[in-house]
Every structure is written in C-alpha cells, then in structure tokens.
Design a protein around this ligand. Sequence first.
Ligand SMILES: O=C(O)c1ccccc1N[C@@H]1O[C@H](COP(=O)(O)O)[C@@H](O)[C@H]1O
Length: 212
Amino acid sequence: MTKVKICGIQELEAAMWAVQAGADAVGFVFADSRRRVTLEKAAAISVSLPAEILRIGVFVNASKAELQDALEKVKLDYVQLHGDESPAFCRTLTLPYIKAVSILEKNDLDILPAYGGEMVLVDSGKGPFRGGNGTSFDWDYLKDNRFSSQKLILAGGLNKENVGEAIHKVRPYMVDVSSGVESGGIKDKEKIEEFINEVRAIKTEIESGELQ
Ligand SMILES: O=C(O)c1ccccc1N[C@@H]1O[C@H](COP(=O)(O)O)[C@@H](O)[C@H]1O
C-alpha cells in the first residue's frame, strides 16, 4: 500500500483536508519558499493532527541545532533535507532524517545509499528552487532499482494524472506531492482528495493483480 504525503501545508484547514482524505503524512516547509511556514504556526497545526499522521519538516542547509529545535517545537517525526547536506553530515545526525536527492540522470541514484537513514527521497533536479518545482524526472531510471535497506519516497511533479504511472514504474514506499494539489499556489481540497483517491485506486489494482 503506497503511502501518501501532502507537502507544503500552511493552514490547519488544508492539513485536515489531507487527513480526512486519507493522507499518511503532511509536510511543513521551513526553507526559503513561498510555502514557508513559521515554527509557531506549524506547531499549532501539528498539535491538532491525529497522532498517527507523520509530521515531516522540510529544510535546506539547516544546522543541527535548527533541525533539533524544529523537531521538538513542531513534534516532527522526520526532517527532510533538500540542500547540500553531505552523506557525512547526514550520518552524524541523531534525529530521524530523510535526505532528498535531485535526479537529473540515472547515475544520480548511485549516491542514495551513502546518505543512510530509514528513508530517502528522490525529486526532480529541474526548476529554480530546491524543491517544490512541480517538475518530474524519468521514472524509468528507477525501474530496476530496489533500495532494500532504505524506503523510497518519490516526489517531483506528481499529480492525479501521472501518479498511477509513477507508482506502476517505481513502486515507491511513499509518494510526495505539493504543486500537484494546488490551485493558484494554494492547497486545493478537491485536488488533494482526487490525488489520494487515485493512489488508493492504484494500490487496489496492484494488489488484485490487475496492474502488472
Ligand atoms: O515545496 C517547496 O516549496 C520546497 C522548497 C524547498 C525544498 C523542498 C520543497 N518541497 C518539496 O519538493 C518536492 C516536490 O514538490 P512538487 O510536488 O514537485 O511541488 C516535495 O518533496 C516537497 O516536499
């Protein structure tokens, strides 16, 4: 069963749309972004969410102290690292982390194991920002890749139209979406519901053997 993360949450209302539609995780962006949210606002949203929802904080080149502070204040389950954090930096972290890696060509996948961590995230390297660009990469790169010791999160340009193909090709542990569930730059209830419904439908097809 593919898990779903709805990222770029800035309002409790949008978080609840995600929860009610069946999301497994929500993401708060603390990096420089139009989706940036303050620790205080994220903490207020976090405290109102059901315990079983994963809270994931998105950072770019934050210090260990900043990561730890956010983890505690927002009650984050993971920090997601979208900057130039090195494998050595990641491996010294004493908090749960997910390293995000930009994939421009197939060889970019080779470094994933070096980062360690329970999960790794692959995103598109295309676009002006460190993430949240709404652009995808060639999922065929991942067709014969299985990261047995790391759970794979697929991100980058996902939407209700393409997430089925993406899951079919990559079989990720979790899909992560931000731009694809927005209208006019803000989270859209209907798009969140449609995206999650689409993922649930694909899961059913895979489990029933209809989708090979
Ligand atoms: O969403 C942002 O603004 C952002 C800023 C800096 C780093 C990461 C960011 N978001 C992450 O980017 C990917 C892909 O998002 P999209 O669906 O293509 O818009 C996702 O992991 C977000 O968590």
